[in-house]
Write a protein that binds this ligand. Structure first.
Ligand code: F6P
Length: 319
């Protein structure tokens, strides 16, 4: 291969830029030209391409977002759209592709690989919901953002002896809530993977207040429901005021943590090596501190599960 493309797709995640940098520099090191495709698959269709040299990825390892931008493309969902996209990149001499993104992006990557175009996926999403890797790029930064919010909310919650309900991201996944809950000491976790009734939450709140606890923080993963609905139910059961904070897209931005930068750099480097070695339809991931690759079809057909031991521990420790 003499020229490869790289794109970011779906929701952005802190660390995507570090992954782009790694792809570009490993490509250059391996005597391959790297072309950035802007705005995800839409950029393939609209031929929104930019050559990426050593200098064009300087000064981005610490920046959130993605310098290549990201978008959703309905046209790429169709066979016709994908044919057009492929025709465009082939016309530019691009012989292989690296896709940085989440589940939806990987469906596109697999479709391209199935059409005979060498494609490798790098998992980038704050949700940490991709099988085949212990961590996705951006998850650690998002968890740290939530921890920061919990710390601040706890100050005011303690001052007022109040109950706070915090809604965190995770479209179908409670991973952010679980890890932030454990590390932030939230009293209750409501996540899609486990059943938790509001009655159990209020019982714990009551026990806490009786023991002299000054604050109560309930974390709700958006995939499990709405913080507003939970707070209304808590108020109804306990007859106490609550406050709600929906963290939203704050979790998607910010400077990536050292962990996310290192992960992105390792995954980016390996993705290029794999592509140049002739692999396609694969995804790179980190499993038990090692970089491994797996079938994109596996990532798409399976669902991640949460570690029930961690869930149990978080609940015990926040007694
Ligand atoms: O998949 C990442 C994610 O941030 C989810 O946690 C969230 O549900 C979704 O993207 C939000 O997407 P959008 O930016 O399109 O509103």
């Amino acid at each position: 291969m003499k020229r490869i493309g790289v794109l970011t797709s779906g929701g952005d995640a802190p660390g995507m830029n570090a992954a782009i940098r790694a792809v570009v520099r490993m490509g250059i090191y391996s005597s391959v030209e790297v072309v950035g495709i802007r705005r995800g698959y839409l950029g393939m269709i609209e031929e929104d391409l930019i050559p990426l040299g050593v200098g064009s990825v300087a000064d981005i390892i610490h920046r959130g977002g993605t310098i290549l931008h990201t978008a959703r493309s309905d046209e790429f969902m169709t066979e016709e759209g994908r044919q057009r996209a492929l025709h465009n990149v082939r016309k530019q001499g691009i012989e292989g592709l690296i896709v940085i993104g989440g589940n939806g992006s990987f469906a596109g990557a697999k479709a391209l690989a199935d059409m005979g175009f060498p494609t490798i996926g790098i998992p980038g999403t704050i949700d940490n919901d991709i099988p085949g890797t212990d961590f996705t790029i951006g998850f650690d930064t998002a968890v740290n953002t939530v921890i920061d919010a919990i710390n601040k909310i706890r100050d005011t919650a303690t001052s007022h002896e109040r109950i706070f309900v915090l809604e965190v991201m995770g479209r179908h996944s409670g991973q952010i809530a679980l890890m932030a809950g454990l590390a932030g000491g939230a009293e209750s976790l409501i996540i899609p993977e486990e059943t938790m009734t509001v009655r159990k939450v209020t019982d714990k709140i009551k026990r806490g207040f009786q023991r002299g606890k000054k604050h109560n923080i309930v974390l709700v993963a958006e995939g499990a429901g709405s913080a507003l609905a939970v707070s209304r139910e808590i108020e109804k059961i306990l007859g106490l005021e609550t406050r709600v904070t929906i963290l939203g897209h704050i979790q998607r931005g910010g400077t990536p943590t050292a962990f996310d930068r290192a992960l992105a750099s390792r995954l980016g480097g390996r993705a290029v090596e794999l592509l140049l070695a002739g692999a396609s339809g694969r995804m790179v991931g980190m499993v038990g501190c090692q970089i491994r690759d797996s079938d994109l079809g596996f990532a798409l057909s399976q669902k991640t599960t949460i570690d029930l031991e961690v869930y149990r521990l978080a609940n015990i420790l926040s007694m």
